[in-house]
Design a protein around this ligand. Structure first.
Ligand code: SF4
Length: 190
C-alpha cells in the first residue's frame, strides 16, 4: 500500500502525463487557449476529486500556508474555484503549477460516449471564437484521430485510492477535503 508521500508522487506523475498529452494534442491539431482567457476557471460547475488536489494541499503544508488556505476555502461561498480570481479582480489560476487534473485536461481532451466513441470536449470560448477549427478537430477525432481521454486519466488516479479518486465533488470541496487530509496526516505525525 502506498503511503501519503508516495501517493502524492504518483499523482504528480499522472498530472505530468496529462500535461504531455494535452501539449501533444495542441501541437497535433494546431489549437491553443485564447490569450489571457481563463474563462474555464469561471465555470460554476467544475467537479474534481480530492485526490488530484493532494499535491496542492501538500505544497500549502510545506510552505506553511495550509491553515490560512483552509480558512479561505471555508469562507469562500461562490461556486467558482477559490483560486480563480486575483487580488486585482483579474481571472486566472493562482496555483497554476499545482492545479488539479481536470484543470490540466479540460479543453484539450475528449470524453467517451456510451458507445465508446471519443468526442472532443472543447471549451465554450474556443467553440465561439473558432467554430470551424473545432468542427475539423471533432471530425478528425470522430474518425479515429489521437486524443487524450479524460476518463483514462481518472481511472489511473482512482487506482491510487479507490475512495478519494472516485469521488467527484464540486472543485472547492475537493480542494478543502485534500487540505483536511494533509492536515490530519501531519497533525497526527507531530
Ligand atoms: S485550480 Fe486553477 S486552473 Fe483549476 S479551476 Fe481553480 S483556478 Fe482554474
Amino acid at each position: 500500500m502506498l503511503n501519503l508521500y508516495q501517493k502524492i508522487q504518483k499523482i504528480e506523475t499522472i498530472q505530468a502525463e496529462a500535461d504531455k498529452a494535452t501539449k501533444a494534442f495542441k501541437n497535433r491539431y494546431g489549437i491553443d487557449c485564447l490569450e489571457h482567457c481563463a474563462e474555464c476557471c469561471k465555470y460554476k460547475d467544475i467537479n474534481a476529486t480530492p485526490l488530484e488536489f493532494l499535491p496542492l494541499a501538500w505544497h500549502f503544508y510545506k510552505s506553511g500556508q495550509l491553515e490560512e488556505v483552509f480558512e479561505k476555502i471555508s469562507n469562500h461561498k461562490e461556486p467558482q474555484c477559490v483560486f480563480s480570481v486575483f487580488e486585482d479582480g483579474k481571472w486566472g489560476c493562482k496555483v497554476y503549477p499545482t492545479r488539479g487534473l481536470i484543470c490540466r485536461l479540460f479543453g484539450f481532451a475528449s470524453v467517451e460516449d456510451k458507445h465508446g466513441k471519443s468526442c472532443f470536449a472543447a471549451c465554450h470560448s474556443l467553440k465561439i471564437n473558432c467554430p470551424d477549427r473545432i468542427k475539423v478537430i471533432c471530425e478528425k477525432i470522430a474518425s479515429g484521430g489521437k486524443t487524450p481521454i479524460i476518463s483514462d486519466f481518472y481511472r489511473k488516479l482512482s487506482m491510487l485510492d479507490l475512495n478519494l479518486g472516485d469521488e467527484l465533488v464540486p472543485i472547492n470541496q475537493a480542494i478543502k477535503e485534500a487540505c483536511e487530509i494533509i492536515y490530519m496526516h501531519t497533525a497526527y505525525k507531530s
